[in-house]
Design a protein around this ligand. Sequence first.
Ligand code: NAD
Length: 444
Amino acid sequence: MKVSILGTGYVGLVTGACLAEKGHQVTCVDVDATKVATINHGEAPIYENGLTDLLRRNIGSRLRATLDAREAVLNSDLTLIAVGTPFDGARIDLTYVEEAARVIGKALADKAGYHVVVVKSTVVPGTTDGVVLPILAQASGKRAGRDFGVGMNPEFLTEGEAISDFMDPDRIVLGGIDPRSQDALAALYEPFADVPRLRTNNSTAEMIKYASNSLLATMISFSNELANLGAAIGGIDIAEVMQGLHLGRYLNPMLPDGTRVVPAINTFLMAGCGFGGSCLPKDVNALIAHGRATGVPMQLLQAVIDINAAQPGQVFRLLAKHFPSLRGKRVSLLGLAFRPDTNDMRESPAIPIARHLLAEGAAVAAYDPAASGEARKIFGEQLRLTDTLEDALRGADAVVLVTRWKEFLRVPELLARMDAPPVFVDGRRMLEKGALKRYEGIGL
Ligand code: NAD
């Protein structure tokens, strides 16, 4: 199938590279000329495991990037919209989606055959039918359902595991205004055999994405609220509480042969310094705003956001046990990205933690295996970014672990060699509490 994709960021580029690998003819469109040139050179503008290999294998044959949206639409059968949908502080910002729909609609005005437009960006329920479809119809002068189809296909990939998530998905949601639109989407995913598919309307497809992200965010804030209570009561270790919880049949089902299955969702039932990233905070906030606008206040999700916003404060409660003031103290952050295996720092808890440390007068060093470049864009020279973990630990009064990079499993061994080990605040409860001398953990 000939596919064009508007928006070549994390989702658009991964989708494009994977669909090309599966045999489709893909044109990625972006408004960013540097990105387009980089991709056409077979390089990935983002850090994502395996992406460069896929690009090199497919660029120039089944995959290309361009600035020319009109040409890309005219020379394809199906167009995916994968532009950003940020939260502007009050509501979801649909500017990029609307602009993409206008450009596609104008191109469709000059296209003879039937074409399908599919929203892959995360948009609040009602957007595809209520915003995108009317723009397409108006800009093209054509009729939805007759001249063009409209679909919604939410994306569930996780940054850091994006390629394997896309190539081996757990579900494929095929939203559409009619069976013909859904059929076109089904044809796009035909190379993905044996994956459960759900055919539905566009608003339901949009809601499935929000339901998924809201549940994950809720589980994290639930764990954090319990962790904070446990810490205040004393004598309770949230890590053990969560172990006990996970062992329940619902979360740890037993197969007939007696083996236990550990569902991945259990990793969201763990305490830490809060969730971040480009999706959870913005999507939960967007749904809350959409609920308010619709007259249905989302009280549970508002609490999820409030708990999360306060959670980096737990790091400072733990530091305050050792340091009456952080002025002049050397504090090292381990991890800056919002999760391991990515360089994405959008909404990372590392940002408020670093800002607070700087405001308190601490000398802040930081080490992240992938996100130093991103950190420099945000903090300039305010943080001393080190090239190695050893460098970050050297001379520190306190160390705060923010991201679960596997490399940090080496920390106990490195700190054991020090004469005066720093206070270690485990913001992710990643390390064994007994393995370090001056260990502090969230919910301990
Ligand atoms: P991103 O910011 O990385 O990429 C968006 C791209 O769109 C940018 O390269 C931008 O230059 C481009 N763009 C903007 N306007 C354009 C236009 N008119 N024509 C062509 N290109 C245009 O965003 P992302 O992280 O890929 O997210 C895209 C969407 O997917 C969002 O709605 C997001 O919520 C959703 N999503 C993201 C993830 C994730 O992990 N990043 C996962 C699932 C869903």
